[in-house]
Write a protein that binds this ligand. Sequence first.
Ligand SMILES: [Zn+2]
Length: 154
Amino acid sequence: MQRIDQLADSVLEKRESLGPLTTTSGESGLSKSYLQRMFVIVSRSYAGTSHPPPEGVKQIKAADWSEMLFAVGVPERRLFEVYERALRDHTSHYAINGYDLKAAWFRIRDEEATAAYEAEMERRRRAVHHYECRRCGGQRWVFEDGMKRPCEGE
Ligand SMILES: [Zn+2]
């Protein structure tokens, strides 16, 4: 990890000279561990190929892909998940690249947004509205067995 450490330093230095990098998710700073994790992904993406590129090339790719994914808000803890998704959806015979990872992230994000929207719609559908409730007449409480209880709807 010696060389990736050095590369991480030089990438971070270069990055700093361009100004702070913040993402839409509010996490700031492209960290060394982010780059290291990405280096593992780059290496894995070439596993099984007959002519994997030299280490130096993989390091540069790791830096490029890190910047690409960081800029669109991929958190470090989700990098491997994004890679696995890209791998699952991959159809071309070329090795996975940064654009595949980015596209995989957008698919994950869209699916999560859809799931959150559907959950909210379901929550609203299940929410009991009492304004025309025949049980409580809009009071939101009822008397049952001589006790005042919250109305659970009709
Ligand atoms: Zn009610």
